[in-house]
Design a protein around this ligand. Structure first.
Ligand SMILES: [Mg+2]
Length: 269
């Protein structure tokens, strides 16, 4: 299903920016639950924490709102919330390491199976991603990948999925020196590198931040409300967030990519 939110005219785009987790890869499927429950556990230990239900609501809200930015920002916010409730927060980096340790427990075997050839890469991607990447490249568009996940993981997982070569514009991820990376910075770079207008940028993402960033420069944003577990249909929660962020189009996956692309792209002569 394709939901055309805004009336858009096909354009001749130059560059396409992809988010990674939930937009291309579902290797990290389930990360939200791990982050929510870890943050709730940390917050409930603070002296003046609200009841569990209220803490869950708070955590879901700030985690989702910051999705697409680097993980460290969610952890900085967590430390802030602990402080506000009379607790002594850890360094946000320590929160991040513990979250990643819990997540890695869950996904380690997925990456290992892919690397060893025991798993089919297409089973760990949003349906029909590979065909979409191929279709965009065959039209001469330059593809960029930008993720809030640490860069070495993104590169590693993109390689395990066999999609590295599609991203001729480069693969960018979070750096330890976190002020030197943001999706907005990647967008600024790709606009400068290609000397294109922001309106020639097409973006795909399942998070709030990348949709906002693409819209801010005048580009077109496809919100991907992927259901990472079922790998079909749409995730209602993501859809709502993506609409709020200003997505022009919403899809659940790329099964109907021909219709999608013919509604988006003006064929170059
Ligand atoms: Mg994502």
């Amino acid at each position: 299903m394709i939901e055309w939110v805004h009336r858009i005219k096909p354009r001749a785009y130059t560059a396409v920016l992809f988010d990674f987790d939930g937009t291309v890869s579902v290797i990290r499927q389930g990360w939200q639950d791990i982050m929510y429950s870890y943050a709730v556990e940390v917050l409930l230990a603070a002296p003046h924490a609200e009841d569990e239900e209220a803490v869950w609501r708070l955590v879901r809200d700030f985690v989702d709102e910051l999705t697409g930015k680097q993980t460290i920002y969610q952890m900085i916010r967590l430390a802030d919330e602990v402080l506000q409730r009379g607790g002594q927060p850890l360094d946000p980096l320590a929160y991040k390491h513990e979250y990643l340790r819990r997540l890695w427990d869950r996904i380690e075997h997925r990456v290992a199976d892919l690397e060893a050839g025991r798993a089919d890469p297409d089973d760990w991607m949003v349906p029909h991603t590979r065909q979409l990447l191929e279709a965009l490249r065959s039209r001469g568009l330059t593809l960029y990948l930008a993720s809030g996940t640490d860069e070495q993981y993104v590169k590693n997982e993109a390689a395990a999925l066999g999609v590295t070569a599609y991203f001729d514009g480069g693969i960018y991820g979070a750096l330890d020196d976190y002020q030197n990376f943001s999706k907005a910075q990647v967008i600024a770079k790709l606009i400068a590198d290609n000397s294109v207008a922001g309106s020639e940028l097409l973006g795909f993402g399942d998070g709030f931040v990348e949709i906002e960033n693409v819209k801010e420069v005048g580009g077109t944003a496809v919100g991907v409300a992927s259901d990472e577990e079922k790998r079909s249909g749409m995730d209602g929660w993501k859809r709502e967030r993506l609409l709020k962020a200003g997505a022009d189009v919403i899809v659940g996956d790329y099964r109907e990519q021909e219709t999608l692309l013919s509604g988006l792209l003006l064929e170059r002569k």
